[in-house]
Design a protein around this ligand. Structure first.
Ligand SMILES: Cc1cc2nc3c(=O)[nH]c(=O)nc-3n(C[C@H](O)[C@H](O)[C@H](O)COP(=O)(O)O)c2cc1C
Length: 207
């Protein structure tokens, strides 16, 4: 297994923004992270709608499809089932200290804010919060209701980082990939993962 500091939990939920999740996975694997990947049922629907990628529901088959799609090594990718309670991410004694939910739906936001832990994805987030680890939530909805805003405030006060899926335009994007990379670069920065996806403000001027 990779060293503890090179392990991370990544969750995809059913908010729009599947390309963010895919690109983030690609970058984490390229940075030699061991990734525990949790995929909600709605996330699979969004992935098929936005990216044309139909992931099977079984964890092993989903992993095989992702390895084929990304052309990555299978060694450091672990896809976990939603009731795989014996996964390391389910316990504070073994879970990685960092978790990203990207994209994060309003539904998962609410479940995590209220500690439901009704499936492995919600349980993994609850574990990171109780262990005082780093939880990044890339929430996507518009507009936000008062309930969404209250849930985000509650989680922020508990130590989670709320990063709305809201790419900037000051890096002069020329493609959708540039916009995706903007968000992924900010997430990687917060995780402390070295990245060169987007020029840094005040340093490299592209034009
Ligand atoms: C194509 C598509 C796009 C969606 N986009 C969003 C979204 O941007 N934000 C959101 O909160 N829910 C969105 N939804 C609805 C969620 O998928 C739905 O509430 C689901 O129950 C969330 O479940 P999950 O949090 O377990 O993934 C979308 C659904 C589909 C099919």
């Amino acid at each position: 297994m990779s060293s503890p500091e090179k392990r991370i939990t990544l969750a995809w939920t059913g908010a729009s923004g599947a390309p963010y999740g895919l690109r983030l996975l690609e970058c984490l694997l390229a940075a030699d992270y061991h990734v525990y990947l949790l995929i909600s049922s709605a996330a699979r629907v969004v992935l098929a709608t936005e990216h044309g990628l139909k992931l099977p529901s079984g964890p092993d088959a989903a992993k095989a499809a992702l390895v084929m799609q990304l052309g990555c090594s299978p060694d450091r990718l672990e896809v976990c089932g939603k009731e795989d309670w014996f996964s390391p991410v389910a316990s504070g004694s073994a879970a990685p200290k960092q978790m990203v939910i990207c994209p994060c739906s309003a539904g998962t936001l609410a479940s995590v804010a209220h500690g439901l832990s009704d499936n492995l994805l919600e349980r993994a987030a609850d574990v990171v919060l109780k262990e005082r680890g780093q939880l990044l939530m890339v929430v996507r909805e518009t507009p936000f209701s008062t309930l969404h805003l209250e849930n985000m405030l509650k989680l922020s006060q508990m130590g989670a980082t709320i990063m709305p899926a809201a790419p900037g335009f000051y890096h002069q994007p020329e493609s959708i990939e540039d916009l995706v990379d903007f968000m992924v670069a900010r997430i990687l920065d917060h995780l402390g993962v070295e990245q060169g996806l987007v020029p840094r403000w005040g340093y490299d001027q592209r034009k």
